[in-house]
Write a protein that binds this ligand. Structure first.
Ligand code: HEM
Length: 210
């Protein structure tokens, strides 16, 4: 029966391209960021050298800033597309706390149905959260990169030292999101191919959605 159904476009090209560039840039930013943190840690731990890139502080900073331009340009393209072509309104909104609680309870019991081309409330909430964390990362990053030029922003974050902690906590939030995101993709691997090709058959299955 599903054979007669046309494959539908579930992820537009711009969303797919910006998603994968973002994933690459984020990994570079996190791994080089850990190396920069290691040079002057404010918590009683350092990240293992194998989980970092750059080799030495100057090299890691070069990686961090190179990936920053890629992340920002790509993020701006995604935001412009999301707002201009109403992708956010169509795919990520609205999000009602009641629906998030409802869908989260179903997901925890592996009873959340997967609807092709439609994100459930938990996904919407998580995607909006990680996008907000991305904005917070860029803003707090700017405030510690150029604390003189952006002194008003640094002040807004409660000073240089506090802004560093905000930057760290936002990074931890993104890393936590990626862990959950990847676990859900592993649980429902058939969501992966459409994120590459864009298309999927409009069928409804049982199970959780990535
Ligand atoms: C830093 C890393 C990542 C971030 C911040 C991220 C964020 C997101 C966001 C915001 C969306 C929704 C896109 C939209 O429709 O506008 C999404 C969808 C998706 N992502 Fe990621 N992602 C990351 C890495 C990955 C990786 C490494 C994979 C797979 C190996 C992956 C697989 C997917 C899939 C399959 C979907 C579509 C889910 C579905 O249709 O149900 N993501 N991701």
């Amino acid at each position: 029966m599903p054979e007669t159904r046309q494959r539908q476009l579930v992820h537009p090209l711009v969303v797919r391209i910006t998603h994968w560039i973002n994933a690459f840039a984020m990994v570079c930013m996190v791994m080089s960021g850990w190396a920069i943190y290691n040079a002057s840690p404010f918590f009683p731990f350092r990240f293992p050298a194998w989980a970092t890139v750059g080799g030495w502080l100057g090299g890691s900073m070069a990686w961090h800033f190179a990936a920053m331009w890629l992340l920002c340009a790509n993020g701006l393209l995604y935001l412009a597309y999301g707002i201009g072509r109403r992708h956010f309104r169509r795919a990520l909104l609205p999000v009602h706390p009641r629906d998030v609680v409802h869908d989260a309870a179903l997901a925890l019991r592996f009873k959340l149905p997967h609807e092709t081309g439609r994100y459930n409330a938990v996904q919407r909430a998580l995607y909006l959260l990680v996008l907000s964390l991305g904005v917070l990362l860029v803003a707090s990053g700017l405030s510690i990169w150029k604390p003189v030029q952006f002194s008003w922003l640094t002040a807004l974050f409660g000073g240089f030292d506090f802004a560093r902690r905000v930057h760290f906590v936002a990074m931890a939030g993104v890393v936590g999101f990626v862990c959950v995101h990847l676990a859900l993709v592993l649980l429902v691997p058939r969501t992966l191919l459409p994120m590459l090709t864009g298309h999927a058959k409009p069928t409804v299955h049982e199970g959780t959605q990535a």
